[in-house]
Design a protein around this ligand. Structure first.
Ligand code: PMV
Length: 316
């Protein structure tokens, strides 16, 4: 089946305990485990067509950078798909800077490519393949509330376990300057805080899982905020320093603190970029989105809910 074609979808995810550092650069294995939740409104749809004349990767209709094409090729090679592939990937969300589209993109690619090649693979195998594109993609394959520590991620709770709201505040347009892969390598090699950061993550993950099982928003929210700020402290201390934030990022942190002082339980997390994602109760999500949306520099807000994993949607 070298001429197959298939389409798959996957959701981006936001990490509550972050992955920031590899123990094996070649195998792309993390130094510490991470925990994330998939976001329903951040959906990528990817079609893979095999048996074409040359490798091609289109992201939202435009040819991707050579580095992205090389990662996609590495993933296909690892899946044993030797022939040329045309990959077309579209985001259902406004393509703003670094909204975790690599996680949804590579998860959808792994699932679509194997389906196009007629391969039957387990979620675990697909998750391990997605890892070769991007670490966070490993968690988007199982989706829901997912943990990744080794080769593959696993869903520890389905999306329905806890219908939290996750309010995304888009704090910049355009691509970030330093991607996660380079950023975490630089932090590992040059930040004096890096080993403390990794030790902290090893303590945070088991505690976060207890708080998640108990659906304790105050506990998990506060842990997620601390974990994110510590990751950014590690990155800020790298040489040269990695400053991912914009003024609107800090304004979001302060607005959420002010909301909490008024009794609204809303807690921030920030991946390797300027955008803020606030965890809150669904009944308070509109108020949180309105408060974040009113900040100068916040371009838009999206209220998301936990979502499931990557899946094949078409094989024609
Ligand atoms: O998946 P990558 O290689 O782009 O790295 C993602 C790193 C963070 O988003 C900052 C944290 C995480 O765990 O998703």
């Amino acid at each position: 089946m070298t001429n197959g074609r298939a389409t798959a979808t996957a959701h981006a995810n936001i990490a509550l305990v972050k992955y920031w550092g590899k123990r094996d650069e070649r195998l792309l294995l993390p130094e510490a485990g991470s925990l994330s939740v998939a976001l329903d409104k951040l959906l990528t749809t990817t079609t893979v067509e095999l048996g074409v004349a040359r490798d091609e990767l289109l992201l939202d209709g435009k040819p991707a950078r050579a580095t992205e094409l090389a990662k996609a090729r590495a993933l296909l090679d690892a899946a044993g798909i030797g022939g040329k592939a045309r990959i077309e990937s579209r985001n259902d969300f406004p393509t703003a800077a670094g909204l975790a589209s690599s996680a949804s993109g590579f998860a959808a690619l792994a699932v679509a490519a194997c389906a196009a090649a007629g391969q039957q693979r387990s979620v675990q195998e697909l998750s391990a393949l997605a890892r070769l594109g991007s670490g966070s993609a490993t968690r988007s394959v199982p989706g829901g509330w997912a943990v990744w520590q080794d080769e593959a991620a696993e869903q520890v709770h389905p999306p329905e376990h806890w219908p939290l709201s996750l309010v995304v505040a888009v704090c910049a347009a355009g691509q970030k300057d330093v991607g996660s892969r380079d950023g975490m390598r630089s932090s590992r090699e040059s930040s004096p805080f890096h080993s403390a950061w990794i030790q902290q993550c090893r303590r945070d993950l088991p505690r976060a899982l207890e708080l998640l099982a108990a659906r304790d928003l105050e506990g998990l929210g506060a842990l997620a905020e601390r974990n994110a700020l510590r990751m950014h402290a590690d990155a800020l201390a790298a040489e040269p320093p990695l400053l991912y934030w914009e003024p609107a990022t800090i304004a979001c942190l302060r607005t959420l603190a002010a909301l909490r002082a008024q009794g609204v339980s809303a807690w921030p997390t920030i991946d390797a970029g300027p955008h803020v994602v606030a965890l809150c109760r669904p009944e308070q999500a509109s108020a949180v989105a309105d408060a974040l949306g009113a900040i100068a520099g916040v371009r838009e807000t999206m209220i998301c809910a936990p979502a499931g994993g990557a899946r094949v949607v078409d094989t024609r």
